[in-house]
Ligand binder design. Sequence first.
Ligand code: CUA
Length: 152
Amino acid sequence: RLEKIWLIFGISMLVLFLTVVGVGAFALGMEPPGDHRHTVNPDTLSTTPPFDKPGLHQIGDKEYEAILVAFAFGYNPDKLEIPAGSKVRFQLTSSDVVHGFQVNGTTINLMAVPGEVNHFSYTFDKPGEYLVLCNEYCGAAHEVMMMKIIVK
Ligand code: CUA
């Protein structure tokens, strides 16, 4: 008698657990593309917003979005020109292996991971040329993988 109650309790808990996991997975799958997206298929980047349009896009007054795709051995685009005093929201991914994205002279230090989107916001107050380097070993030409951010 008691065993039966425990069995029913156990099965109920299992069903509840699976329901929670299932609903959670479904909610993740339903996430809209764009700002809330944290995963992306690295094989279809060229047709998947926002990575179908890499570069700097104005989204407000002194506010920009920088869409960047890292690859062996460079970045698309390889140069960003940012008006001084602008807040830039970076969205970064990789089309092949894991790369780094370290902007010298700033606190920006991101990883570019295939299949994932990493975000970071930074306000560029000081004009100048900022060198961006890959700081994750990614192959033969890792040492020369870089891009430029020009703030003026
Ligand atoms: Cu890319 Cu190291």
